[in-house]
Design a binder for this molecule. Structure first.
Ligand code: DSN
Length: 435
């Protein structure tokens, strides 16, 4: 950063500010995480200078000797980690990975069936606002109103009625284990291809903490960013028979050249995810989610489906006086970051919501224990109480948040963080002093 400070102090200050914000707040956004420093190194490498359209050994640019090594490492490691027959590591994002699967096996106007965005599905699984909802006829399935869980018989009934060409499983806000064999059977019965977007749970799958969709699905897409704790980008796994179609769909179908430094980051992500240290982290992610969920329930909060099996849960705020947006803003005042989230059958709009989504991958990565997240749960419960705590109490709660953050620094030592010029400044950007 020294050169950047000299060349562009304004930009450098924003990056330093973000590092301080990450350090001095508790990140509970379920799709976020903190990559190991070595991933930053790979992603910031000279590979950024290289064009490499095509695939290893079959490029449209010269000079790809080393980029071929990088991409081949990423492909082979992805296949080994997840037991897949084929991997494409070029998608720039999870949405692109899904789009490429559509392009590989669908025609515009075909029917796709995915989990409704309003019940926890993802935008790219057929939302009308997304290209997936504009080019295809989209049908949705949701959770049961009573249980908050997927009703697989109902999914099967919908599939029999709408006869999709592609059945999509996977979610951005579903706290329960997905039954991939059951969904694969539904797809088989109606003659649909089966795609699992495991973006949120890829790290849990790699660690064996969530069952793998790979043996059951034709295609598995994911991002390397979330529970997998790695590079920012997408990946497609598929059966060998779809390999050529998938590769063609990514390039030249929807992308030009890959991003070599990100493929390097992905190669490293897969190597790290195959270690015992990663499996320990993944177990802690789910243990922390379960503990935080339980602490909030003990403090009177309702959770969609009554709890969690994975890295996230949804707090149903309808028995409180707060909307999701208000809850998000209250927590931010003491340095806890979550996102407002629709709950299933939410009476409110997506810009207001009746819920918040809470995830523990980020805190587990920075070393929080179950005991730490129980303290976080108590702070959250106080901040979300019917009567907002007064300024003095908020300052005390913010102090508790900072103590936890200082005990688990990111990208710097504890003493460096303790001496940070940002400590005591308005790092939260909400006007008041943060410490
Ligand atoms: N859907 C976004 C999230 O889960 O936050 C990311 O894809």
């Amino acid at each position: 950063m020294q050169l950047l400070h000299y060349m562009d102090p304004e930009l450098a200050a924003a990056i330093e500010g973000e590092k301080a914000r990450q350090n001095l707040t508790i990140e509970l956004i379920a799709s976020e995480n903190f990559v190991p420093e070595v991933i930053l190194e790979a992603q910031g490498s000279v590979l950024t200078n290289k064009y490499a359209e095509g695939y290893p050994g079959k490029r449209y640019h010269g000079g790809c000797r080393f980029v071929d090594v990088v991409e081949s490492l990423a492909i082979e490691r992805a296949k080994a980690l997840f037991g897949a027959e084929h991997a494409n590591v070029q998608p720039h994002s999870g949405v692109n990975a899904n789009l490429a699967v559509f392009l590989a096996v669908l025609n515009p106007g075909d029917t796709i069936l995915g989990m409704d965005l309003r019940h926890g599905g993802h935008l790219s699984h057929g939302s009308k606002a997304n290209i997936s909802g504009k080019f295809f006829v989209t049908e949705g399935y949701g959770v049961n109103r009573e249980t908050g869980c997927l009703d697989y018989d109902e999914v099967a009934d919908i599939a029999r009625r709408v006869r999709p060409r592609l059945l999509i499983a996977g979610a951005s806000a579903y706290p329960r284990t997905l039954d991939f064999p059951r969904l694969a059977a539904v797809a088989r019965e109606v003659g649909a291809y089966f795609l699992v977007d495991m973006a949120h749970i890829a790290g849990l799958v790699a660690a064996g903490v969530h069952p793998s969709p790979v043996p059951h699905a034709d295609f598995v897409t994911f991002t390397t960013t979330k529970t997998l704790r790695g590079a920012r980008g997408g990946v497609i796994l598929c059966r060998k028979e779809f390999a050529a179609a998938v590769d063609k769909a990514i390039f030249p179908g929807i992308q030009g050249g890959p991003i070599p430094q990100i493929m390097a980051g992905k190669a490293l992500t897969f190597k790290l995810a195959a270690t015992e240290a990663f499996r320990e982290y993944a177990r802690r992610v789910t243990a922390c989610a379960a503990a935080l969920a339980q602490r909030l329930q003990e403090r009177g909060f309702a959770l969609v489906s009554g709890g969690t099996d994975n890295h996230l849960f949804l707090v149903d705020l309808r028995n409180t006086s707060l909307t999701g947006r208000e809850a998000e803003m209250r927590l931010e005042k003491v340095g806890i970051t979550v996102n407002m989230n629709l709950i299933p059958f939410d009476p409110r709009k997506p810009t207001e919501t009746s819920g918040i989504r809470v995830g523990t991958a980020g805190v587990a990565s920075r070393g929080f224990s179950v005991a730490d997240v129980e303290i976080v749960g108590d702070i959250m419960a106080r901040m979300l109480a019917p009567e907002e705590p007064g300024e003095d109490e908020q300052a005390r709660l913010r102090e508790q948040v900072l103590e936890l953050c200082l005990a688990h620094p990111l990208y710097m030592s504890r003493s460096e963080l303790a001496a940070s010029p940002f400590l005591g400044t308005d790092i939260l950007g909400i006007g008041g002093k943060s410490a």
